[in-house]
Design a protein around this ligand. Structure first.
Ligand SMILES: Nc1ncnc2c1ncn2[C@@H]1O[C@H](COP(=O)(O)OP(=O)(O)OP(=O)(O)O)[C@@H](O)[C@H]1O
Ligand SMILES: [Mg+2]
Length: 282
């Protein structure tokens, strides 16, 4: 078993009827168990990259692809999306568009029915997944009557029953209130820490990215312009500014102070780091 669960080699993708590629020579490996965040301005190619990770790009889009994407060693162009989706689950930004059934139970069962999982196994998988996303007891509820945070947790649950190795989340909290956001981020973190599920998340909230991600990539104009641990990526404030990504607030303050001549041992990227850095200032 290789360390990489997803391996992207020289991936260039151009949608039909557009005049420039959405992705330009992307090389990226995602390790098993990693929590990878993708950040970047509108139109940078984040969604296109996310969609390439289970074959939706190129299978379900009109366009031209060069290079290759391997998911657990299998080339995404060689199998149907429903095969890849068993390894790589996807959760999108708008919960309502992903939910189609009249009850939580049937929503959770849908994917399993499609792959012919026996009924007893289905119930067990669903019970487990509902427990993980904190929706036990919601089986008979209508998905449309849930809060946004609950709907997104249901979408995550519906992906989890397939026993994926990777969960790709594309701005999963952009339509949620602060409580819903926190619910989704903590479920994703738990999946990564306790269930060893690889997380790839496209996310605007740099504070969240800084505290959860093992690695951050910044995209701009279809390319990866920066990649590394949150500290390395988010303290390069000038680079972030160039592509139009806001640094975490604590990083902005600290780097402003450093520019004005304050001596800091580190530039923090999370609140905890900032507290440690500034604790003896009081
Ligand atoms: N279905 C499509 N057909 C044609 N062009 C597309 C399509 N989807 C995206 N694009 C174009 O591809 C480029 C990358 O778009 P993509 O949606 O991947 O960016 P993004 O980083 O996810 O942006 P956002 O932050 O707005 O979600 C953009 O120029 C966009 O206009
Ligand atoms: Mg997008």
């Amino acid at each position: 078993m290789t360390a990489e669960i997803i391996s992207i080699e020289g991936l260039t993708y151009q949608y039909a009827l557009t005049d420039k590629p959405a992705l330009l020579d992307i090389n990226l490996s995602v390790d098993r168990g990693e929590y990878l965040a993708i950040v970047g301005p509108c139109g940078a190619g984040k969604t296109t990259l996310a969609l390439s990770m289970n074959g939706i790009v190129p299978h379900m889009m009109m366009g031209e692809m060069r290079g290759r994407v391997l998911v657990d060693g299998r080339d995404t162009t060689q199998g149907p999306v429903r095969e890849m989706a068993r390894t790589v689950g996807m959760v999108f930004d708008n919960p309502e568009f992903q939910l189609s059934q009249s009850s939580v139970l049937s929503e959770m069962a849908l994917g399993l029915e499609n792959i012919g999982v026996p009924r007893e196994d289905m119930l067990q998988r669903i019970t487990e997944a509902l427990e993980i996303v904190g929706l036990s007891g919601f089986e008979e509820r209508s998905p449309m009557a849930l809060s946004g945070g609950q709907q997104q947790r249901l979408a995550i649950g519906a992906a989890l029953v397939m026993y994926p190795q990777v969960l790709v989340l594309d701005e999963p909290t952009s339509n949620l209130d602060p409580i819903g956001k926190e619910e989704v981020f903590s479920v994703a973190a738990r999946l990564n820490e306790e269930h060893e599920i690889t997380i790839v998340i496209v996310e605007h909230e740099v504070e969240v990215v800084a505290s959860y991600a093992d690695r951050v990539i910044i995209m701009d104009g279809g390319s990866i312009v920066s990649s590394g641990g949150p500290s390395a990526v988010f303290t390069d404030v000038d680079n972030l500014r160039r592509v139009g990504v806001r640094p975490p607030q604590v990083t902005e303050i600290a780097s402003g102070l450093a520019k004005r001549g304050c001596t800091l041992t580190t530039i923090p990227v999370t609140l905890d780091e900032a507290e440690a850095e500034f604790s003896d200032w009081a």
